[in-house]
Design a protein around this ligand. Structure first.
Ligand SMILES: NC(=O)c1ccc[n+]([C@@H]2O[C@H](COP(=O)([O-])OP(=O)(O)OC[C@H]3O[C@@H](n4cnc5c(N)ncnc54)[C@H](OP(=O)(O)O)[C@@H]3O)[C@@H](O)[C@H]2O)c1
Length: 234
Protein backbone atom coordinates (compact mmCIF):
# COMPACT_ATOMS: atom_id res chain seq x y z
CA UNK A 1 0.00 0.00 0.00
CA UNK A 2 1.36 3.41 -0.97
CA UNK A 3 0.45 6.56 0.93
CA UNK A 4 0.69 10.16 -0.25
CA UNK A 5 0.26 13.25 1.96
CA UNK A 6 -0.69 16.61 0.47
CA UNK A 7 -0.91 19.98 2.27
CA UNK A 8 -3.01 22.87 1.02
CA UNK A 9 -5.47 20.33 -0.37
CA UNK A 10 -8.57 22.45 0.30
CA UNK A 11 -8.18 24.94 -2.53
CA UNK A 12 -6.32 26.13 -5.61
CA UNK A 13 -3.27 24.18 -6.76
CA UNK A 14 -3.44 21.73 -3.83
CA UNK A 15 -7.08 20.84 -4.50
CA UNK A 16 -6.43 20.34 -8.22
CA UNK A 17 -3.35 18.25 -7.40
CA UNK A 18 -5.26 16.03 -4.98
CA UNK A 19 -7.86 15.33 -7.68
CA UNK A 20 -5.16 14.65 -10.29
CA UNK A 21 -3.20 12.34 -7.96
CA UNK A 22 -6.37 10.41 -7.15
CA UNK A 23 -7.14 9.99 -10.86
CA UNK A 24 -3.58 8.83 -11.56
CA UNK A 25 -4.08 5.83 -9.26
CA UNK A 26 -0.37 5.96 -8.34
CA UNK A 27 -1.18 5.83 -4.63
CA UNK A 28 -3.59 3.79 -2.53
CA UNK A 29 -4.10 6.33 0.26
CA UNK A 30 -4.26 10.11 -0.04
CA UNK A 31 -4.15 12.28 3.09
CA UNK A 32 -5.53 15.78 2.58
CA UNK A 33 -4.30 18.47 4.98
CA UNK A 34 -5.61 22.05 5.42
CA UNK A 35 -7.62 24.14 7.92
CA UNK A 36 -10.97 24.67 6.15
CA UNK A 37 -13.06 21.60 6.97
CA UNK A 38 -15.91 22.35 4.53
CA UNK A 39 -13.56 22.78 1.58
CA UNK A 40 -11.50 19.74 2.56
CA UNK A 41 -14.66 17.63 2.86
CA UNK A 42 -15.80 18.69 -0.60
CA UNK A 43 -12.41 17.70 -2.10
CA UNK A 44 -12.65 14.40 -0.25
CA UNK A 45 -16.15 13.86 -1.68
CA UNK A 46 -14.85 14.34 -5.22
CA UNK A 47 -12.13 11.69 -4.89
CA UNK A 48 -13.25 9.24 -2.24
CA UNK A 49 -14.68 6.76 -4.74
CA UNK A 50 -11.37 6.43 -6.59
CA UNK A 51 -8.86 6.52 -3.74
CA UNK A 52 -8.82 5.83 -0.02
CA UNK A 53 -8.69 9.49 1.00
CA UNK A 54 -8.80 11.14 4.42
CA UNK A 55 -9.17 14.84 5.22
CA UNK A 56 -7.20 16.06 8.24
CA UNK A 57 -7.91 19.53 9.61
CA UNK A 58 -4.57 20.96 10.68
CA UNK A 59 -3.07 24.43 10.99
CA UNK A 60 0.52 24.23 9.81
CA UNK A 61 1.55 27.16 11.99
CA UNK A 62 1.47 24.59 14.81
CA UNK A 63 4.97 23.29 14.10
CA UNK A 64 5.21 21.40 17.40
CA UNK A 65 2.24 19.19 16.49
CA UNK A 66 3.67 18.03 13.15
CA UNK A 67 5.71 15.06 14.50
CA UNK A 68 2.58 13.61 16.12
CA UNK A 69 0.48 14.31 13.00
CA UNK A 70 2.87 12.35 10.79
CA UNK A 71 3.33 9.59 13.36
CA UNK A 72 -0.44 9.09 13.54
CA UNK A 73 -0.70 8.91 9.73
CA UNK A 74 2.11 6.34 9.60
CA UNK A 75 0.57 4.25 12.39
CA UNK A 76 -2.80 4.18 10.57
CA UNK A 77 -1.54 3.49 7.01
CA UNK A 78 1.79 1.74 7.71
CA UNK A 79 3.47 3.59 4.84
CA UNK A 80 4.49 7.08 3.71
CA UNK A 81 5.69 7.19 0.10
CA UNK A 82 5.07 10.74 -1.00
CA UNK A 83 4.79 14.21 0.55
CA UNK A 84 3.50 17.17 -1.47
CA UNK A 85 4.01 20.53 0.24
CA UNK A 86 1.55 22.87 -1.48
CA UNK A 87 0.14 25.01 1.39
CA UNK A 88 1.33 28.58 1.15
CA UNK A 89 0.78 32.04 2.58
CA UNK A 90 1.28 35.49 1.09
CA UNK A 91 0.81 38.91 2.61
CA UNK A 92 3.14 40.99 0.50
CA UNK A 93 4.46 44.20 2.04
CA UNK A 94 7.21 46.62 1.08
CA UNK A 95 10.29 46.57 3.35
CA UNK A 96 9.30 49.48 5.61
CA UNK A 97 5.91 47.88 6.38
CA UNK A 98 7.32 44.38 6.86
CA UNK A 99 6.65 43.33 10.46
CA UNK A 100 8.07 40.53 12.55
CA UNK A 101 4.59 38.96 12.51
CA UNK A 102 4.48 39.04 8.71
CA UNK A 103 7.95 37.46 8.43
CA UNK A 104 7.13 34.84 11.07
CA UNK A 105 3.83 33.77 9.52
CA UNK A 106 5.15 33.69 5.96
CA UNK A 107 8.28 31.73 6.85
CA UNK A 108 6.40 29.40 9.21
CA UNK A 109 3.89 28.29 6.56
CA UNK A 110 6.14 28.49 3.48
CA UNK A 111 9.44 27.19 4.89
CA UNK A 112 9.43 25.88 8.47
CA UNK A 113 6.31 23.70 8.20
CA UNK A 114 7.46 22.04 4.93
CA UNK A 115 10.89 21.37 6.47
CA UNK A 116 9.42 19.79 9.62
CA UNK A 117 6.94 17.78 7.53
CA UNK A 118 9.82 16.53 5.37
CA UNK A 119 11.91 15.67 8.43
CA UNK A 120 9.11 13.68 10.02
CA UNK A 121 8.15 11.86 6.79
CA UNK A 122 11.77 10.98 6.03
CA UNK A 123 11.98 9.18 9.39
CA UNK A 124 9.69 6.58 7.75
CA UNK A 125 10.49 7.03 4.04
CA UNK A 126 14.17 6.18 4.53
CA UNK A 127 13.22 2.55 5.16
CA UNK A 128 11.07 2.22 2.01
CA UNK A 129 12.39 -0.32 -0.50
CA UNK A 130 11.15 1.62 -3.51
CA UNK A 131 11.76 5.28 -4.43
CA UNK A 132 9.94 7.83 -2.24
CA UNK A 133 9.07 11.31 -3.44
CA UNK A 134 8.88 14.78 -1.90
CA UNK A 135 7.63 17.77 -3.87
CA UNK A 136 7.73 21.37 -2.70
CA UNK A 137 5.71 24.07 -4.42
CA UNK A 138 7.85 27.22 -4.55
CA UNK A 139 7.23 30.11 -6.97
CA UNK A 140 8.83 32.08 -9.77
CA UNK A 141 8.79 34.86 -7.12
CA UNK A 142 11.68 32.95 -5.50
CA UNK A 143 13.95 33.37 -8.51
CA UNK A 144 13.16 36.78 -9.99
CA UNK A 145 12.88 40.16 -8.22
CA UNK A 146 9.47 41.06 -6.77
CA UNK A 147 9.72 44.56 -5.26
CA UNK A 148 7.16 44.89 -2.46
CA UNK A 149 6.83 41.14 -1.92
CA UNK A 150 9.80 40.78 0.43
CA UNK A 151 8.71 38.07 2.86
CA UNK A 152 6.85 35.93 0.29
CA UNK A 153 9.52 36.05 -2.42
CA UNK A 154 12.39 35.38 -0.02
CA UNK A 155 10.50 32.48 1.62
CA UNK A 156 10.07 30.90 -1.81
CA UNK A 157 13.80 31.35 -2.52
CA UNK A 158 14.42 29.56 0.79
CA UNK A 159 12.24 26.56 -0.06
CA UNK A 160 14.00 26.23 -3.43
CA UNK A 161 17.33 26.03 -1.55
CA UNK A 162 15.82 23.54 0.93
CA UNK A 163 14.75 21.30 -1.97
CA UNK A 164 18.15 21.45 -3.64
CA UNK A 165 19.99 20.67 -0.41
CA UNK A 166 17.71 17.75 0.44
CA UNK A 167 17.71 16.26 -3.05
CA UNK A 168 21.42 15.59 -2.49
CA UNK A 169 21.19 14.73 1.20
CA UNK A 170 18.32 12.25 0.82
CA UNK A 171 19.52 10.54 -2.37
CA UNK A 172 21.16 7.80 -0.31
CA UNK A 173 17.69 6.79 0.93
CA UNK A 174 16.20 6.66 -2.58
CA UNK A 175 14.18 9.79 -1.86
CA UNK A 176 13.71 12.19 -4.77
CA UNK A 177 13.01 15.84 -3.99
CA UNK A 178 11.33 18.05 -6.58
CA UNK A 179 10.63 21.77 -6.66
CA UNK A 180 7.86 23.13 -8.81
CA UNK A 181 7.72 26.91 -9.26
CA UNK A 182 4.46 28.06 -10.80
CA UNK A 183 4.09 31.42 -12.44
CA UNK A 184 0.81 33.30 -11.98
CA UNK A 185 -2.06 30.90 -11.47
CA UNK A 186 -5.77 31.57 -10.94
CA UNK A 187 -6.27 31.07 -7.17
CA UNK A 188 -7.31 32.96 -4.03
CA UNK A 189 -3.65 33.51 -3.10
CA UNK A 190 -2.94 35.04 -6.50
CA UNK A 191 -5.97 37.31 -6.14
CA UNK A 192 -4.27 38.79 -3.04
CA UNK A 193 -1.09 39.45 -4.99
CA UNK A 194 -2.83 40.84 -8.11
CA UNK A 195 -6.36 41.97 -7.15
CA UNK A 196 -7.30 43.42 -10.55
CA UNK A 197 -6.08 40.62 -12.79
CA UNK A 198 -8.45 38.74 -15.12
CA UNK A 199 -7.92 35.21 -13.78
CA UNK A 200 -9.59 33.61 -16.78
CA UNK A 201 -6.55 34.62 -18.86
CA UNK A 202 -3.83 33.07 -16.70
CA UNK A 203 -2.68 29.53 -15.89
CA UNK A 204 -5.28 27.40 -14.10
CA UNK A 205 -4.56 25.20 -11.04
CA UNK A 206 -5.38 22.04 -13.05
CA UNK A 207 -2.48 22.81 -15.40
CA UNK A 208 0.03 22.93 -12.53
CA UNK A 209 -1.54 19.82 -11.02
CA UNK A 210 -0.92 17.81 -14.20
CA UNK A 211 2.79 18.65 -14.09
CA UNK A 212 3.01 17.70 -10.40
CA UNK A 213 1.17 14.44 -10.99
CA UNK A 214 3.53 13.51 -13.85
CA UNK A 215 6.56 14.13 -11.64
CA UNK A 216 5.10 11.90 -8.94
CA UNK A 217 4.40 8.97 -11.21
CA UNK A 218 6.55 5.86 -10.93
CA UNK A 219 7.63 6.40 -14.54
CA UNK A 220 9.41 9.66 -13.75
CA UNK A 221 13.01 8.72 -13.09
CA UNK A 222 15.17 11.41 -14.67
CA UNK A 223 14.37 14.68 -12.89
CA UNK A 224 15.48 15.63 -9.40
CA UNK A 225 16.55 18.68 -7.43
CA UNK A 226 16.30 21.32 -10.10
CA UNK A 227 13.66 24.01 -9.85
CA UNK A 228 10.98 23.23 -12.44
CA UNK A 229 9.23 26.36 -13.67
CA UNK A 230 5.59 25.89 -14.69
CA UNK A 231 4.29 28.82 -16.66
CA UNK A 232 1.71 29.25 -19.38
CA UNK A 233 3.08 31.50 -22.11
CA UNK A 234 -0.06 31.89 -24.19
N1 LIG B 1 -1.39 31.09 -7.41
C1 LIG B 1 -0.21 31.48 -7.87
O1 LIG B 1 -0.10 32.35 -8.74
C2 LIG B 1 1.02 30.83 -7.33
C3 LIG B 1 2.24 31.06 -8.00
C4 LIG B 1 3.39 30.49 -7.50
C5 LIG B 1 3.34 29.69 -6.38
N2 LIG B 1 2.16 29.48 -5.74
C6 LIG B 1 2.18 28.62 -4.56
O2 LIG B 1 1.24 27.58 -4.73
C7 LIG B 1 0.86 27.08 -3.44
C8 LIG B 1 -0.66 26.94 -3.40
O3 LIG B 1 -1.23 28.23 -3.44
P1 LIG B 1 -2.55 28.57 -4.26
O4 LIG B 1 -2.18 29.63 -5.21
O5 LIG B 1 -3.18 27.33 -4.74
O6 LIG B 1 -3.39 29.29 -3.10
P2 LIG B 1 -4.79 28.99 -2.40
O7 LIG B 1 -5.81 28.58 -3.38
O8 LIG B 1 -5.04 30.19 -1.56
O9 LIG B 1 -4.45 27.74 -1.48
C9 LIG B 1 -3.61 27.83 -0.38
C10 LIG B 1 -3.72 26.54 0.39
O10 LIG B 1 -2.83 26.59 1.52
C11 LIG B 1 -3.57 26.20 2.68
N3 LIG B 1 -3.05 26.85 3.87
C12 LIG B 1 -2.76 28.17 4.01
N4 LIG B 1 -2.39 28.41 5.28
C13 LIG B 1 -2.43 27.22 5.94
C14 LIG B 1 -2.17 26.82 7.27
N5 LIG B 1 -1.79 27.70 8.20
N6 LIG B 1 -2.31 25.52 7.59
C15 LIG B 1 -2.71 24.62 6.69
N7 LIG B 1 -2.97 24.94 5.40
C16 LIG B 1 -2.84 26.22 5.04
C17 LIG B 1 -5.00 26.64 2.38
O11 LIG B 1 -5.93 25.86 3.10
P3 LIG B 1 -6.85 26.38 4.32
O12 LIG B 1 -7.14 27.82 4.11
O13 LIG B 1 -8.02 25.46 4.25
O14 LIG B 1 -6.00 26.11 5.52
C18 LIG B 1 -5.12 26.30 0.90
O15 LIG B 1 -5.47 24.95 0.74
C19 LIG B 1 1.43 28.06 -2.42
O16 LIG B 1 2.59 27.53 -1.86
C20 LIG B 1 1.76 29.28 -3.26
O17 LIG B 1 2.78 30.07 -2.70
C21 LIG B 1 1.00 30.04 -6.19
Amino acid sequence: MRTCIITGASDGIGKATAIEIARSREYDNLILIARNSEKLKSVNNIIKDIINSKPIIYDLTNLDGIPNLIKKIYCEYKSINCLINVAGYADPQPLIQTSIGNLNRTYTINVFAPVILIRECVKYMRYNKEVSKILNVASTAGITPRPGWLSYASSKAAIIAVSQTLSEELAEYNIKVYTVSPGRCATVLRRKLAPNEDQSKIMQPEEVAKVISNLLSKDEKCLDGQNIIVRRKW
